[in-house]
Design a binder for this molecule. Sequence first.
Ligand SMILES: Nc1nc2c(ncn2[C@@H]2O[C@H](COP(=O)(O)OP(=O)(O)O)[C@@H](O)[C@H]2O)c(=O)[nH]1
Ligand SMILES: [Mg+2]
Ligand SMILES: [Zn+2]
Length: 319
Amino acid sequence: MAIHRDRIHVMGPGIDAVVLPFAVDPDDEEAAATVGDWLLLDPGTQRLRRLLDRRSLFKRRAAGSARRVQLIAANVDTLFVVSSCNQDFSPARLERYLALASEAEVTPVVVLTKADLVDDPAAFVREASRLMPGLLVEVLDGRDPTSMARLAPWCGQGQTVALVGSSGVGKSTLINTLTGADVAATQGIRESDDTGQHTTTGRSLHRLPAGGWLVDTPGMRELQLTDVKAGIEDVFADIVDLARGCRFGDCRHESEPGCAVRVAIESGALEEARYRRWRKLASEEARNSESLHERHARNRAFGKMVRRIMKDKERGRGG
Ligand SMILES: Nc1nc2c(ncn2[C@@H]2O[C@H](COP(=O)(O)OP(=O)(O)O)[C@@H](O)[C@H]2O)c(=O)[nH]1
Ligand SMILES: [Mg+2]
Ligand SMILES: [Zn+2]
């Protein structure tokens, strides 16, 4: 249900307890329990026995360290990618979240809020739908409980949902409407997104009236674009497919002869703007992930140097 500093909150039939986490090998970061995990608990000793296999996992690099991975949520089935039908609407931002969802192996559903504030919400739906083949898009007024019927297909028994989206798009409003309770502080009341403070404390899993669960952890909003190469390839599968048809395997799709990507752009089959967003996202991902690898290499080199110095010292002492 929630991870506290040195305890975890678990729930199950007849169980609502705060227990000690597993002692995990620091090199096996994914062996720790996180929100949404299924655990086997010994009812007598209240000790955790086992972590069950996950269906999906959101994780991120912990700030300031190359190695530490922070687990955010496990077993999420559907990710509501929230955007509003106004100035926040940005295909590039949506694609970024779609890549994260794909990487975590979670089905994304784009939820466009503030439908009540625009004249033609359907235009936003059309634009969002074009971002990925088969992408599901819903548009609604997040404050209106009756519009929640649109999200019902993902909120029933046995289903777990999570939300992402930038500040102010209406995530907290949706959470409150979905849960039918005042579980999340909405903006303008007491939540402060800018300072990184979160008022959502306590449990991170909320029961939905239709029987499903909603994950609400502060970490979801800090998801970064690192190690999501496969996710980006899923979102831009059309371009990846096209690039396979380029004459040169290392085609940069600039002015090379026989470039299938350029042909598609020129014929109008591929939107130039989408191509540019792909380039930007892919290079940003490569940069983020590469710098982490470089840091690893540096750490390893430093470790080697230290060991060499120690050895030399030993030798010096001995001889
Ligand atoms: N008109 C309208 N306002 C909304 C809607 N959803 C959220 N809001 C308002 O937008 C503001 C930001 O919402 P909030 O839920 O705090 O956004 P969050 O930062 O994503 O959690 C609040 O003033 C909400 O009342 C909607 O569908 N329509
Ligand atoms: Mg909020
Ligand atoms: Zn090419």
